[in-house]
Design a protein around this ligand. Structure first.
Ligand code: ADP
Length: 676
């Protein structure tokens, strides 16, 4: 090695210059440097070495390790030094700091310094502080160990595959999933996962292309092939692992066994499909049953309608003539009473027919309330009269209490209210053998055109056990003695409760066995301000003012026509008759009537159809039409009125109502007989 003179002086000076220069280079070095002779005595140390050992150069130079450091350390260094001398080449060694509380680690490179004959004359050591690097390496190793143990213990299958498809690692869970006993066996076999592991290899292709694009693929469900050839459903999450330079290195995959879930899903699907089949089957059955039921229901409605018509038509004749005959001023007292009895009995019979027919309707939940003004005292008198007869038969007293403050007239469905009261009173009579039965009506509240009325039926009869107080309202529920039960159906209270509920109230009961019962209900009714002309007033109608009016009466039953012809004829009307809708139209064309009264149910052309024809005939379109029928409900009536009729009356016809309508429709002023 040639050296230039650093300071340009003579040789000894030059040497000293070089020494100084070298010393300063050595001192500036970040590595700790020392030089020892063959015997291990320190010849030179730099500043970093001093710091590292917390000693000054003068304390070190000339001494051996044995004099400076603990015996094991000194011995270790001596052995390393001798190895360098013996081999004549550099050696690396990691050593902990010689200072007790210093955690540093150093990497020392020892190499021989060759003398004149090429023999190692001294040893140089250069130590660098690798504490930080060691720490990072330790942390990495620990985390690698932790990862390994996590992977080993995981229940999830974890495996790594090279980009070429060789399985690199797998945990025991994954090996078990695939039916291998040992991980190594799995790794040995899996050299091409695409073909060997994936049931559908194209799925692996898709995953790989997604990985290269996005880096991860989550929650992908697919089937893997097991050792025995069977397949296994797994959900996988997989990621592409890259090297430090960002190049794809391998694919790491987490797989969970979802075969049980898939099995349950398949089972569920099978059940759902089966259920859907069952539902479809059942729906078809139900549709058929519904259609059959509708046909049956239609037949039942038709039967009820015709029964209703058949029963009411003859009653119409009976009641109509009874009413007309009562207007004859020449009747004897006996005849008058007889006619009243015919009328009362007929009305009762009519009510019974209506109740039987209603039963079917109420059971079907179709409660039509037809409200009209009702004279309360008259209404209660009729109810009381009926009950009194029955009570008298059993020799039980009957009282009807109606205080004077009751409204004179209210709007209600007279027939339904009567039905409820007759049911409660009928029961009271039936279940009472001695003592008294009481009907009491009281006004609980009155205001803004309405009155809250309480209807109460009390008896001193057999009473009802507390446990039966609610069940008696259920259909077909009867309690008490068999003999008494036989005379009823067990439907009365069920129907009554529904009717009262439809009226906005509810039936309550209080009873004690052997002491008697009290049934009551409260309903709010609107009060009718104006007094209705009562039956007597109409009975005195003898005619009308002005020109003679022509009325066309259409009904297929001659007796019904006769009732109306008789009544209207006696009041001065010209009455034409027609036996069906077609005859009605023909008559009307011949002589235009001032009013048409037509039955709805007629052969060939019924009342509604005839009305529609009239409305389409220019000369007859304005003729008022009053439809009558024994078969229609209130809602039907509204429909018929909407179809062109001007008014509707139920059969049997009430004379008072008939005259009221007839008068209204032709705008008549009735003339009355002078008071007797
Ligand atoms: P029915 O009277 O036709 O049997 P209801 O529905 O009217 O049917 O009455 C049901 C049952 O309630 C009767 O069978 C009877 O046991 C009991 N019940 C009703 N009213 C009375 C009463 N006033 N006193 C004693 N028991 C009664």
């Amino acid at each position: 090695m040639s050296m230039a003179d650093p300071v340009g002086n003579d040789t000894s000076e030059a040497l000293a210059g070089w020494q100084g220069l070298l010393q300063s280079i050595v001192d500036q070095s970040p590595a700790a440097i020392h030089v020892k002779d063959r015997q291990g005595r320190y010849l030179l140390v730099n500043r970093r070495f001093e710091e590292m050992h917390r000693l000054r150069a003068c304390e070190i130079v000339g001494k051996t390790d044995a004099a400076l450091f603990p015996p094991e350390q000194a011995a270790r260094r001596r052995i390393l030094d001798q190895a360098v001398l013996a081999r004549g080449c550099a050696q690396e060694d990691e050593e902990a700091s010689a200072i007790e509380d210093d955690p540093s680690t150093f990497l020392t490179v020892r190499f021989p310094l060759l003398g004149a004959q090429g023999r190692a004359a001294a040893i140089c050591g250069m130590s660098t502080d690798i504490t930080e690097r060691k720490r990072a390496e330790d942390a990495l190793r620990r985390s690698e160990e932790e990862y390994q143990s996590t992977v080993e213990d995981a229940l999830e299958g974890i495996f790594r595959v090279s980009l070429q498809g060789q399985m690199l690692t797998a945990n025991p869970a994954f090996a078990r999933m695939l039916g291998y006993e040992w991980v190594d066996e799995l790794l040995d076999r899996m050299t091409d996962v695409r073909r060997q592991l994936y049931v559908r290899p194209q799925e692996r292709d898709l995953i790989m292309s997604a990985l290269l694009e996005r880096g991860t693929v989550e929650g992908c469900e697919l089937q893997l092939r097991r050792k025995d050839g069977s397949s296994l459903w797994v959900a996988i999450s997989t990621r592409l692992v890259r090297d430090a330079g960002g190049q794809p290195l391998l694919v790491e995959t987490f797989a969970s066994d979802i075969s049980e879930r898939k099995r349950v899903e398949a089972e569920l699907k099978r059940h759902q499909d089966h259920l859907a089949d069952l539902v479809a089957e059942r729906t078809a059955e139900l549709t058929q049953a519904k259609e059959q039921a509708e046909v049956a229901n239609h037949a039942k409605s038709a039967f009820l309608a015709s029964m209703s018509h058949e029963l009411r038509t003859p009653l119409n004749g009976v009641l109509g003539f009874a009413q007309i005959l009562q207007t004859d001023p020449n009747l004897t007292q006996r005849q008058r009473l007889g006619l009243q009895t015919i009328q009362r009995s007929g009305e009762h019979l009519l009510a019974l027919i209506n109740d039987i027919l209603d039963l079917a309707k109420i059971e079907a939940g179709k409660v039509d309330l037809v409200e009209a003004p009702v004279q309360l005292s008259e209404f209660l008198r009729v109810v009381a009269d009926i009950v009194r007869v029955k009570a008298d038969e059993k020799k039980v007293r009957f009282r009807c209490d109606t205080p004077a403050d009751l409204p004179a007239a209210v709007r209600t469905d007279e027939r339904r209210l009567r039905q409820v009261l007759l049911n409660l009173l009928g029961n009271a009579v039936k279940f009472t053998d001695q003592g008294e039965i009481r009907l009491r009506v009281t006004q609980l509240d009155r205001g803004s055109g309405t009155a809250l009325l309480r209807f109460e039926v009390e008896d001193t009869g057999v009473g009802i056990d507390a446990e039966h107080l609610e069940t008696i309202f259920l259909p077909f529920e009867q309690v008490g003695q068999a003999a008494r039960r036989a005379s009823g159906t067990g439907l009365g209270l069920a129907i009554s409760r529904q009717l009262v509920r439809a009226m906005g109230g509810d039936i309550r009961v209080q009873s004690h066995a052997a002491q008697g019962s009290r049934f009551w209900f409260d309903i709010r009714l609107s009060v009718v301000g104006q007094q209705l002309p009562d039956g007597a007033a109409y009975a005195e109608v003898v005619g009308y003012e002005g020109r003679r009016r022509r009325v066309l009466v259409a009904d297929d039953v001659p007796a019904n026509r006769a009732v109306l012809t008789d009544l209207l004829g006696s009041l001065g009307f010209v009455v034409d008759e027609a036996e069906d809708g077609e005859a009605l139209l023909a008559r009307a064309r011949m002589a235009c009537p001032d009013l048409v009264i037509a039955d709805i149910v007629m052969p060939r052309l019924d009342g509604v159809q005839a009305t529609q024809h009239l409305r389409r005939t220019p000369s007859l379109e304005a003729v008022p039409v009053l439809l009558v029928s024994a078969t229609v409900s209130a809602s039907d009536a509204e429909r018929h009125v909407a179809a062109g009729a001007n008014a509707f009356l139920p059969k049997p016809i009430d004379v008072r109502q008939l005259l009221q309508r007839v008068g209204d429709l032709m705008e008549l002023h009735w003339t009355h007989a002078p008071p007797a």
